[in-house]
Ligand binder design. Structure first.
Ligand code: GLT
Ligand code: MN
Ligand code: MN
Length: 388
């Protein structure tokens, strides 16, 4: 019989309204499933043990509607959060759907579009604060180019930084306790998107005035699209104390942004990713930014959502078993995994430099060493396959 994996609130799983709400539209075809209204969506998520939800302004409040209509939509959302016990874990702005953003939002060549984009974010930051969202995500899907002739990238990055810093100033001025998380993506929908990888985003953040309140929101699919290791990007973000949020899904390298069910493709990658998140003390939400295959009806949407959670919890269990296996401990010791935690020489001093210059190394003997990584990795594969 299939094993039961029941999520607990402390697992902190969350979904975006646009994920289970995805109706299967793609560039070649129209919606294939009915709309799931927000109250039905939240009840469905609570039923499967989800902790929180995230939203774009336009998912929750009808774009262009009167303030009273928008207020009514927020109130209904708040009421349903109360009824279901779900919390609002993240908010973000739709700066990509409306035609006004076709040349970008913060980096549009049109200054009025740039000013409108910042205003749209400020308005939704107020809603996010009212709902208690601790994280505000920026995914700049339209911030980019098809032709390098169209923008000076240095100006675009300056405008991007200006917008993020202005908005950080707004949050601080209002006294909101909210942090920002930038979400990188290499391309799609633009030919080239600014801040294409986790590394670009981390470097960009260091140039910001309010850099302490800005981190990253890496997404599995976005790094994997361009063949990068998601694991390495996330690990570096953790090392730099910048993993403020994470978008979990799945993806095959070299394809369009597939946003597949978490854990459905890269089994080994996901095993190590979950092990990293669990062992690193990451305490943020585990946010699924994915959607059901276009073949699915609404029942399939809930199969998809349950699958994301099930796969995460299964990998977490496998990771614990792997770490508790004495053969793994021995193999890791042979490989020298813990030895890398030992400082090599420490900070520079004239004495340390002189000492190192005086040292002699048996280069041939050191070169002969085998690291035993085939055996170690096979243990990981054995655990993943359930044959350890
Ligand atoms: C959009 C995108 C996602 C982002 C969302 C936040 S919107 O669906 O594909 O990766 O996280 O704006
Ligand atoms: Mn995402
Ligand atoms: Mn995606």
């Amino acid at each position: 019989m299939a094993k039961d994996f029941t999520p607990r609130p402390e697992d902190r799983f969350s979904f975006g309204l646009w994920t289970v709400g995805n109706r299967g539209r793609d560039p070649f075809g129209d919606a294939v499933r009915r709309t799931i209204e927000v109250p039905e969506m939240l009840k469905g998520l609570a039923d499967i043990g989800v902790y929180g939800v995230s939203f774009h302004d336009d998912d929750l409040m009808t774009f262009g509607a009167s303030e009273s209509v928008r207020r009514g939509e927020v109130e209904l959302f708040k009421k349903t959060l109360d009824e279901t016990g779900l919390v609002c874990t993240m908010a973000t702005t739709n700066l990509f759907f409306h035609p006004i953003f076709k040349d970008g939002a913060f980096t549009s060549n049109d200054r009025d579009v740039r000013r409108y984009a910042i205003q749209k974010v400020m308005r939704n930051i107020d809603v996010a604060a009212e709902l208690g969202a601790p994280t505000y995500v920026f995914w700049g899907g339209r911030e980019g180019v098809e032709s390098a002739a169209a923008k000076d990238t240095r100006d675009a990055l300056a405008r991007y930084a200006e917008a993020i810093d202005f908005l950080a100033g707004y949050v601080k001025d209002k006294g909101y306790s909210m942090r920002f998380a930038l979400e990188p993506k290499p391309n799609e929908p633009r030919g080239d998107i600014f801040l294409p990888t986790v590394g670009h985003a981390l470097a960009f953040i260091e140039k910001l005035e309010h850099r302490e309140m800005v981190g990253v929101n890496p997404e599995v699919a976005h790094e994997t699209m361009s063949g990068l290791s998601f694991y390495q990007g996330v690990a570096q973000a953790i090392w730099q104390d910048k993993l403020f949020h994470i978008d979990l899904n799945d993806q095959r390298p070299g394809r369009f942004d597939q946003d597949f069910r978490f854990g459905s493709e890269g089994l080994k990658d996901h095993f190590f990713l979950v092990r990293l998140l669990e062992n690193s003390g990451y305490s943020g939400v585990k946010h699924f930014d994915a959607h059901a295959y276009r073949t699915e009806d609404v029942d399939g949407v809930w199969d998809f959502a349950r699958g994301c959670i099930r796969n995460y919890l299964a990998f977490a269990e496998k990771a614990r078993e792997f770490d508790a296996d004495p053969r793994v401990a021995a193999a890791m010791s042979y490989t020298g995994v813990a030895d890398l935690a030992e400082p090599t020489i420490g900070s520079f001093s004239k004495e340390a430099a002189a000492g190192l210059l005086a040292e002699s190394f048996d280069v041939e003997a050191l070169a002969q060493r085998g690291y035993g990584i085939e055996a170690l990795d096979q243990l990981a594969v054995d655990h993943i396959l359930g044959i350890a």
